[in-house]
Design a protein around this ligand. Structure first.
Ligand code: ADP
Ligand code: ASP
Ligand code: MG
Length: 605
């Protein structure tokens, strides 16, 4: 007999009738011969309502009391669903996180799961009962029973973690859409269903704003090889399978925290082209990367930093043999890129660096753990390695450094992250002619980010490390870290600007911290912009395929939307635009990559 974990989200259990429909589906699963553990969310918008109540009483409520409050939502649903099952003569028992023994870190409101006791659930299952577990919650220890929650949207994570702990045959996430779509159908009505997606792609999409799955749920599925499906609560259609490679065996203790970095990689076949002082207006990035793509040159990292005055810097890396052609393209278009609004700025300047290397750390356990990137920067600083460019994705941090520092950097990183396997050569991916994978699988919009910029940060080894350690120690995760290419000399000290994005709810705390540290670190002005949106495209098929980034920039430029920041990783490209242009940019990009279908997806209220 197989064991299935089914999770039903808020909309799917939003009314009594819907809870009864869920009970029917669960009973059918039992009748088909399966043991079932059900995980549920709070009904409808209950959690939002509880947050509002708390905010009506306090601007800054205690995190402990928030957990006490928010965990009640799921407790209502487990009792009602168990009653509905019992009404159908299906034996069932409801259990809170504490009753199961879901043990988490002691970090209120964003706790990670450490371990899950399975005995009690197994006992009930053996009696033929359906076990109905409250999602999103746990306890910080088995002695003091402090209630914790996993972070908004965390019931998905509860479900996949239970499936891993119980070694279930499958974990099915039931929700209000037919599965994982090429974009959020509430924003892009002609989004299409995907029948399959890789866990790498889903990790990126989920952390870039596709809230259909909690990114940590994808991480657990990937680490433990859980069979994961996302399906509609309203139909019997098969939905979307999230496929993971065969994982290395890992222990179930320290479930969400063990070994955040699995691999250290490097690539010494890289060179950098930077264009400084290019005008800040729609279409510039599109034009540059279109011309590069026409030369069949594959660009790896691209970053565009915040503008200073009326101009931007863009830097990108190519393989060493492509450098001369890439430099020629950049130099050829530079004279045309004179900043009209800032004539003193003169024309764009092209800079190249021939001997750089890229080193990276990767592992799904980095998600939401800002200390990991900080530790990478600290390790490089301690080895005396200066970081030139930084690019981050949810599961990877890459830094470009001088080629001569590469060996030293790799051995320091392998030691720091306890990676014993030999570092992997990242190299350039070559594609076979019959490779049919679409370059882009999906697009996402994140409207919960804020952009911070720090001007004139002294350019010394260790600065990035200290900066990100400061934020990590306050549990602030940083995304899209970008150092400007332009160096400004202030009192004989070389300085650069650094820009990055953080979750909007962390923006004020981050600004305060940066201001408090201003004199200690010696940096200049700190600015915050919360009116931004981040548009991203994701697909493993974009590796080794020139022109994908150019196509995205062109789609955005055609709608006359200006790009503030660009950051890429191997399987994603993200652009920051202004908030009010976010949805339009998402729709433009979605259409440009041919992701639109002919059917409209209706999402029930
Ligand atoms: P649940 O309560 O079932 O957990 P959520 O609201 O958390 O549901 O997640 C489902 C919602 O995610 C959908 O209604 C949809 O608006 C949104 N969504 C965002 N991106 C995507 C995507 N790529 N595919 C499907 N749904 C998406
Ligand atoms: N009820 C929680 C929330 O709304 C957890 C979840 O639904 O996944 O965030
Ligand atoms: Mg959800």
């Amino acid at each position: 007999m197989s064991l299935i974990v089914q999770k039903y989200g808020g909309t799917s259990v939003g009314t009594v009738e819907r809870i009864q429909a869920v009970a029917q589906r669960v009973k059918q699963t039992v009748e088909a011969g399966h043991s079932v553990v059900v995980v549920v969310s709070a009904m409808g918008k209950t959690t939002d309502g509880l947050v509002k109540l708390a905010n009506d009483i306090s601007k800054n409520p205690s995190r402990r009391e928030m957990d006490m409050l928010l965990s009640t939502g799921e407790q209502v649903t487990i009792a009602l669903l168990s009653m509905a099952l019992q009404e159908l003569s299906q034996p069932a028992v409801s259990l809170t996180g504490a009753q199961v023994g879901i043990v988490t870190e002691a970090t209120h409101t964003r706790a990670r799961i450490l371990s899950i006791e399975t005995e009690r659930m197994q006992r009930h299952l053996q009696k033929g009962e359906v076990v109905v577990v409250a999602g999103f919650q746990g306890i910080s220890s088995l002695t003091d029973f402090e209630i914790t929650t996993l972070g908004r949207g965390g019931s998905d994570t509860s479900a996949v973690a239970l499936a891993a702990a119980l070694k279930a045959d499958a974990c099915e996430i039931y929700t209000d859409v037919p599965g994982i779509l090429t974009a959020d159908p509430r924003l892009v009505p002609d989004a299409q269903l995907m029948s399959e997606i890789t866990s790498d792609e889903m990790l990126e999409l989920a952390s870039l704003g596709a809230k259909v799955l909690h990114p940590r749920a994808v991480e657990i599925a990937r680490n433990y090889g859980v069979t994961l499906v996302v399906r509609s609560s309203w139909t019997d259609d098969p939905g979307t399978k999230v496929v993971s490679p065969q994982p290395q065996p890992r222990p179930l203790v320290g479930l969400e925290i063990a070994h955040p970095v699995d691999a250290v990689g490097f690539d010494t076949d890289q060179a950098k082209v930077a264009m400084l002082r290019i005008p800040d207006r729609p279409g510039i990035a599109a034009r540059l990367f279109r011309e590069i793509a026409q030369q069949e040159l594959d660009v790896d990292l691209i970053i565009q930093s915040i503008h200073e005055g009326n101009s931007n810097d863009i830097a990108f890396t190519v393989t060493k043999p492509s450098l001369n052609r890439a430099e020629a393209v950049a130099s050829a278009i530079a004279p045309a890129l004179r900043s009209t609004s800032d004539p003193v700025a003169g024309e764009a300047e092209v800079m190249v660096e021939r001997s750089i290397a890229k080193v990276s750390i990767s592992g799904a356990g980095m998600i939401g753990r800002p200390g990991v990137a900080a530790q990478m920067f600290e390790t490089l600083a301690a080895a005396g390695v200066n970081i030139e460019m930084i690019s981050t994705s949810e599961v990877q941090v890459s830094c470009t450094i001088a080629e001569s520092d590469c060996d030293r950097a790799i051995s320091a990183l392998c030691a720091a992250f306890d990676v014993n396997s030999s570092p992997s050569h990242l190299g350039t991916k070559t594609r076979t002619a019959d490779d049919q994978t679409l370059p882009v699988r999906g697009a996402a919009l994140d409207r919960n980010q804020a952009q911070l910029a720090i001007r004139q940060v002294p350019d010394r080894p260790g600065m990035a490390a200290r900066l990100f350690r400061l934020l990590a120690d306050h549990n602030i995760s940083v995304d899209m870290i970008i150092q400007s290419q332009r160096c400004r000399w202030i009192d004989e000290v070389a300085t650069r600007d650094i820009a990055f994005t953080v979750a909007q709810m962390d923006a004020e705390a981050a600004r305060e911290l940066l201001l408090q540290s201003k004199s200690e670190f010696g940096w200049g002005e700190v600015t915050v912009n919360t009116a931004i949106a981040k548009v991203s495209i994701v697909g493993v098929g974009m590796m080794g395929r020139p022109g994908v980034a150019a196509q995205m920039f062109e789609a955005i430029a055609r709608d006359h939307i200006n790009i503030h920041m660009i950051a890429t990783s191997e399987i994603k490209v993200s652009c920051v635009v202004s908030e009010e242009e976010g949805v339009r940019a998402l729709q433009a990009v979605h259409a440009a990559f041919g992701l639109s279908g002919s059917e409209r997806i209706e999402v029930p209220a």
